[in-house]
Ligand binder design. Structure first.
Ligand code: NAD
Length: 349
């Protein structure tokens, strides 16, 4: 039986990865390590929490001795590392939290894996999940490829870039078997509503302003989270050691166009007059260091591993919007408490 450690498995993408691995690989033991920060939520996993091949471990990846003892105790064969501080706006307020979790936490995991697998790396793999934001900003043309130079502009992307460099360095210096993926913006069920799509769905439901940064022309590539989880499964099992793969949805949208699309979907769902939700759009002061455009060339993973998205953006958004409309308790639980204070500070100042 393979023992796989998934970090950050109570978060947005991590919970979809945990579900996929627990249900698909009954011969694996899946350990979900998560500190349950504001972004971690075990409600995301209630459907699989009693599965015999699933274990939840509460803990912090920044705690060096805890991590070292954990690897010693469970003797993991593989690590899929998603735990991170993940929100750009929060990184602008508190960069050190991002250095601690994203850089120091990652190095703690690398050290523990390196020590555990020192004598034999056969069948072992450290999989680091990263973002396209490490590449910086594109102009109107071009795509990020796996060989694009790193050029991070936010404390979040700088911390992720740093962790990517450490992963590569451990591969080169110590021969640690790793794979690394850089993915574009995800969307889907269980996404914490501080991020654009769930924030706007929630604000349309509750008739709150839809804060659009700058002129709304910022452009992002969007990928349905279940398709990201499918890519992670594929790269974990069939990717080549010491290789990087870009993952993207071939699906670029200007923020303002995406918001307009969401407004019209929500008008239909909520049986509002056409154009009603769009009245909530409010332009707000730009985010400092805001990258104009991200776009991914996902041809390597497509050509070498045969991965491509399984749903269109329209299908993915339909699933996502329905999920939020059917899970108002989940939404209520995560938007009260600490989040309410954050929201007030961020958007109502
Ligand atoms: P998320 O914020 O929803 O989840 C992060 C999880 O990590 C949470 O469950 C949190 O409790 C946990 N965590 C945070 N600090 C921890 C610590 N010190 N120790 C243990 N657990 C800790 O993030 P997400 O959007 O699911 O992103 C997951 C990973 O994917 C991140 O590494 C992120 O950089 C990367 N990524 C995200 C996107 C995206 O669009 N969301 C795109 C590309 C890459």
């Amino acid at each position: 039986m393979k023992k796989i450690l998934i970090t950050g498995g109570a978060g947005f993408i991590g919970s979809h990865v945990v579900r996929l691995f627990v249900t698909k690989y009954s011969d694996y033991q899946i350990y979900n390590l998560d500190a349950l920060t504001y972004a971690g939520n075990l409600e995301n996993l209630v459907d699989i929490e009693n599965a015999p091949n699933y274990t939840f471990l509460k803990g912090d990846i920044t705690d060096e001795s805890f991590i070292s003892n954990l690897f010693e105790k469970y003797q993991f064969d593989g690590v899929i590392h998603l735990a991170a501080e993940s929100h750009v706006d929060r990184s602008i307020e508190d960069p050190m939290a991002f250095v601690k979790t994203n850089v120091i936490g990652t190095v703690n995991l690398l050290n523990a894996a390196r020590k555990l697998w020192a004598k034999n790396t056969e069948g072992k793999r450290f999989y680091h999940i990263s973002t396209d934001e490490v590449y910086g900003s594109l102009g109107a043309e071009g795509l990020f490829t796996e060989t694009t130079s790193y050029d991070p502009n936010s404390p979040y992307s700088a911390s992720k870039a740093s962790s990517d460099h450490f992963v590569r360095a451990y591969g080169e210096t110590y021969g640690l078997p790793y794979v690394l993926t850089n993915c574009s913006n995800n969307y889907g069920p269980n996404h914490f509503p501080e991020k654009l799509i769930p924030l706007f769905i929630n604000n349309i439901i509750t008739n709150k302003a839809l804060p659009v940064y700058g002129d709304g022309n910022y452009t992002r590539d969007w990928l349905f989270v279940v398709d990201h989880a499918r890519a992670i499964d594929l790269v974990f099992h069939e990717g080549i050691n010491q290789e990087t793969y870009n993952i993207g949805g071939f699906n670029e949208w200007k923020n303002i166009d995406l918001v307009q699309l969401l407004c019209s979907i929500m008008d239909d769902k909520l049986e509002r007059v056409a154009g009603e939700s769009a009245k909530l759009i409010t332009y707000v002061k730009d985010r400092p260091g805001h990258d104009l455009r991200y776009a991914i060339d996902a041809n390597k993973i497509n050509a070498t591993l045969g991965w491509k998205p399984s749903v269109t953006f329209e299908q993915g958004l339909e699933i996502t919007v329905n999920w939020y409309l059917n899970n108002t308790d989940w939404l209520h639980n995560v938007t009260t408490g600490e989040y309410a204070t954050y929201y007030k500070k961020q958007y109502l100042k």
